[in-house]
Design a protein around this ligand. Structure first.
Ligand code: AMP
Ligand code: TRP
Length: 336
């Protein structure tokens, strides 16, 4: 059986990388599979979050999932902290994962920066919580952007070691699903840096809530090179900014990279940017509008999350009970 799980942090604005690397693919998958999508607020607090902002960001990201086209009846959509089993399984996994494994995680190194001694213990242990998010549902496939591949490998290692240690085929080894033409959307200001919610430069990213004018302005200002546009993807090699913008065009239009190259063969960047702006406004405009509408109705969003959390708990609780039995943790409900 295929079961899809993925998560997204409620930290600041949703940006184009989130949409193309994750949300757009989640929307496609909902038509063919059972899917569970989680707003991972417990992951967010691994770095400081203003409490009031965290609550409103959780609602805003939920609005982003719905506005992108996820149906809350078809999928389970919820926020992580409402399902305590995630944190409980994460503790067990912190005892399964090895220090050596976590020491290799590049996201920790990037986020902790030079002051590793000052990073929270939670930021370091983050991958064992992520493994718990996925495995508490025994999910088999995880649609993510490329940056999460290493965490998925660690999830598989945790599942494998748990199964080996306890001599039972209990957890599946989940596969990453890295889909689409824009699995790693880069900053508009620097084609070698990932587009990110946390980049200090607003001009580096397109937010799902940007107005058409803002989108146009950011694309116009996006860094390019001085060559004309190539007729084949090979001509994008060693041109990180051009490759990034072409990848974005392909992903937004559902054309292949070859088709996009053919379309703009020999053209100037200005023509390309004009068409990219039009495309981005057509795709993102309605999402931004719908997000704004949903955010103005927090009661509805809270209801969606409460309902999703209850459905998630119904799956997670029996799995955690089995894990406790396997590990030998005594619970009074084992004594019946
Ligand atoms: P985060 O915002 O870190 O919680 O990421 C949520 C999802 O968006 C994950 O699947 C990431 O891999 C994906 N994602 C975030 N930034 C990018 C990007 N620049 N390009 C592609 N995918 C991304
Ligand atoms: N670590 C992911 C990110 O930063 C978010 C995340 C948390 C996640 N738990 C997950 C993604 C489980 C997929 C599956 O983007």
């Amino acid at each position: 059986m295929t079961l899809i799980f993925s998560g997204i942090q409620p930290t600041g604005n949703l940006q184009l990388g989130n949409y193309l690397g994750a949300l757009k693919n989640w929307v496609t998958l909902q038509h063919d599979y059972e899917c569970i999508y989680c707003v991972v607020d417990l992951h967010a607090v691994t770095v400081w979050q203003e409490p009031k902002e965290l609550a409103s960001n959780t609602r805003e990201v939920t609005a982003g999932l719905l506005a992108s086209g996820l149906d809350p009846r078809k999928n389970i959509i919820f926020n992580q902290s409402q399902v305590a089993q995630h944190a409980e399984l994460a503790w067990i996994f912190s005892c399964v994962a090895r220090l050596g494994w976590l020491n290799r995680m590049t996201q920790f190194k990037e986020k902790a920066g030079k002051k590793q001694e000052n990073a929270s213990v939670g930021l370091y242990a983050y991958p064992s919580l992520m493994a718990a998010d996925i495995l508490i549902y025994k999910a088999t496939h995880v649609p993510v952007g490329e940056d999460q591949k290493q965490h998925l490998e660690l999830t598989r290692d945790v599942a494998q070691k748990f199964n080996n240690d306890f001599g039972i085929e209990f957890f599946p080894l989940p596969e990453p699903l890295i889909l689409g033409h824009a699995t790693r959307v880069m900053s508009l200001r620097d084609g070698t840096k990932k587009m990110s919610k946390s980049d200090l430069s607003e001009a580096s990213r397109i937010n799902l809530t940007d107005t058409p004018d803002e989108i146009a302005h950011k694309i116009r200002k996006a860094k390019t090179d001085s060559d004309t546009l190539p007729g084949t993807p090979k001509g994008l090699e060693n041109r990180p900014e051009a490759a990034n913008l072409f990848g974005i065009f392909a992903a937004l239009s559902d054309l292949s990279l070859e088709e996009v190259c053919m379309k703009f063969d020999g053209a100037e960047f200005s023509k390309f940017k004009k068409e990219l702006t039009e495309l981005a406004v057509v795709v993102l405009g309605p999402i931004g509008k719908e997000m704004a509408r949903l955010v103005s109705d927090p009661g509805y969003l809270d209801k969606v999350l409460a309902d999703g959390s209850e459905r998630a708990r119904n799956i997670a609780a029996p799995v955690l009970k089995d894990v406790y039995d396997i590990v030998g943790l005594l619970r009074s409900d084992n004594l019946d």
